[in-house]
Design a protein around this ligand. Structure first.
Ligand code: HEC
Ligand code: HEC
Length: 507
């Protein structure tokens, strides 16, 4: 390893321009990893035969540190995650089906085919697998690794009833090689095309959990990761919060930003669209990823884009809305008056009854609902998890859940809950929670498992035994969460369960 370090120094001294940088990064990879991974014609053994996301590379290098004693600084690790994601990453189309795992969306339930689901997606998500591409040899070695590193894998649920290792080697390896194998055509064609720069001005639409719908601007500057980001976030109330931080762009499109918004640190896991015109993903509290919301953005330019509106639907009596987008100088509205501003256009309007307001600019069109009444209500998400936590210096923090109440009209068939229902938008709702069933009532779950606030944020109880409960059980429970708005009500089921002690970047 020492001999390789001197080679790295030489590489840095000689580095000029982007080609030189890549050379320096390859030298860092060789010096950091080459002590255990031997050089082959294709690259370093084990490393060259796979492609994955920045989070995937991060997890592998973390394991090299944790399990195998690799010694590496945080900065060198960042450089290697960048280099490996840029040279052995996934094409946008390869990552697309699994983004929920990168975004840490708390409300996705995977629906995977058998035997993949029971063989591979019971200790971790199937997404962890789908977000990798490996040669057959690499999938084969990875099965050995599973049993070598975690011998109890063979004795756990859904392994004891079968010969897990035999099926993994004989059936899963060929299937994995076929499904998530070495074919790199999508990646090569993505690498072969010019990528839009991340730097520039963006207008975004999102929501801050508990604080409501929001929009704003991000200005990105720099030539390479880490980019500098600054901007502003505006809440529906008009209150404006400063945004600042940094962003790494991996694989030409994987946007990972840590931004302070009004003093709180948020993380953005977004994908830049292939043409570089848009961003899409999720923004969440860096310290508590269950509290987040989707975020979409458009690059400021000539083309008109309407991302949406804040509020997302106009309650009776409201006289204004922010239409969020770019290039909206010529925005026309079927009623009311639109005036361009830095976030799109401000709409002044008087509405009565229920209906849709048609907005258009250039090729962009958008229908904004205004309402006096709704026909039905839905709570989103319908079935989330929360986790008790805190109560000690070492255990995981509480994992809250975040609910929204969405209003609907029946649509042409006059029936609620059918495919032609019209989504009106997010409603101001009154929130309540009750015991989910007889046993929960007997255990008084609603009294102990946590509480929900006016913004739809459920905060679970503290971890550990509770002497006030039967058998001193913990504060887990099963609850029904109810929203009420405009005379309609709707329920969601909430399970409050125990802590997650190991929480890697891809679950
Ligand atoms: C101290 C020895 C050591 C060092 C240094 C080391 N590795 Fe490893 N690596 C291993 C061992 C042992 C395995 C096989 C077991 C495993 O997969 O964890 C492995 C396996 C791997 C694999 C295959 C894992 C899989 O998921 O199948 C990759 C990729 C990898 N290492 C990357 C790296 C990178 C990148 C570095 C440098 C940043 C590095 N390693 C440094 C010991 C090391
Ligand atoms: C008994 C639990 C268990 C089962 C079953 C299981 N895994 Fe894993 N898997 C793990 C653990 C634990 C890790 C994390 C290792 C680490 O990084 O510390 C992991 C990591 C992985 C990774 C990421 C490794 C990396 O470094 O890139 C992949 C890919 C993977 N598993 C694939 C599979 C496949 C495919 C199957 C089914 C054939 C499977 N797993 C079944 C426990 C399991």
């Amino acid at each position: 390893m020492y001999a390789r370090r001197s080679c790295l120094t030489a590489a840095i001294l000689l580095a000029t321009g982007a080609g030189g940088m890549a050379w320096a990064d390859q030298a860092l990879l060789n010096s950091s990893c080459g002590g255990c991974h031997t050089e082959t014609e294709a690259g370093l053994s084990r490393i060259e035969g796979q492609r994955k996301t920045p989070e995937g590379w991060m997890m592998t290098i973390w394991r090299m540190q944790n399990a195998h004693g690799l010694n590496i600084s945080a900065e060198d690790r960042r450089v290697l995650v960048q280099y490996l994601s840029d040279t052995q990453g996934l094409a946008p189309s390869e990552a697309a089906p699994w983004r929920y795992a990168l975004e840490k969306d708390p409300n996705t339930v995977e629906a995977l085919e058998e035997p993949f689901a029971s063989m591979c997606a019971r200790c971790h998500t199937g997404a962890r697998v789908g977000l990798q591409r490996r040669t057959g040899e690499e999938w084969d070695l990875h099965m050995d690794f599973h049993v070598g590193q975690f011998p109890t894998a063979e004795y756990q649920a859904l392994a004891r009833d079968r010969e897990w290792f035999k099926i993994a080697k004989e059936d899963m390896v060929p299937w994995l090689t076929e499904t998530y194998g070495p074919d790199a055509s999508a990646w090569e064609s993505w690498q072969g095309q010019p990528h839009a720069p991340a730097a520039g001005d963006w207008v975004f639409l999102t929501e801050l959990p508990g604080q409501g719908e929001a929009y704003g601007k991000l200005s990105v500057s720099g030539e390479a990761s880490p980019y500098t980001v600054s901007g502003e976030l505006v809440l529906a109330s008009g209150e404006s919060l400063p945004v600042s931080g940094s962003m790494n762009l991996y694989s030409g499109y994987e946007w990972r930003a840590n931004l302070e918004i009004g003093g709180t640190v948020y993380r953005q896991v977004l994908a830049m669209s292939e043409d570089g015109a848009g961003l899409e993903g999720r923004q969440f509290l860096r310290g508590q990823d269950s509290l987040g919301a989707p975020l979409i953005a458009a690059r400021a330019g000539d083309a008109a884009v309407i991302l949406g509106a804040v509020p997302s639907a106009l309650p009776a009596g409201s006289t204004s809305a922010q239409i969020v987008g770019v290039g909206l100088d010529g925005l026309s509205a079927s009623t009311g008056n639109a005036e361009a501003n830095p976030y799109g256009a401000a709409l002044s309007v008087e509405t009565e009854g229920n209906g849709m307001l048609a907005l258009a600019a250039g090729e962009a069109a958008f229908d904004l609902a205004y309402y006096e009444s709704i026909d039905s209500l839905q709570v989103e998400p319908a079935f989330p998890l929360a986790r008790v936590g805190g109560g000690s210096d070492v255990g995981p923090a509480k994992v809250p859940a975040y609910f929204s109440a969405i209003g609907f009209w029946n649509g042409p068939d006059g029936e609620p809950g059918t495919a032609d229902d019209i989504r009106v938008g997010k409603m101001d709702a009154a929130w309540a929670m009750t015991d989910a069933h007889e046993h929960a009532a007997h255990m008084e779950d609603a009294k102990y498992a946590g509480s929900i606030d006016a913004g739809g944020v459920f905060t679970p109880g503290v971890a550990g035994p509770n002497g006030e409960r039967p058998f001193s059980t913990n504060n887990a429970g099963e609850l029904t969460v109810t929203a009420e708005a405009l005379g309609q009500s709707a329920d969601a089921s909430l399970i409050v369960t125990v802590q997650r002690f190991i929480d890697p970047p891809i679950r």
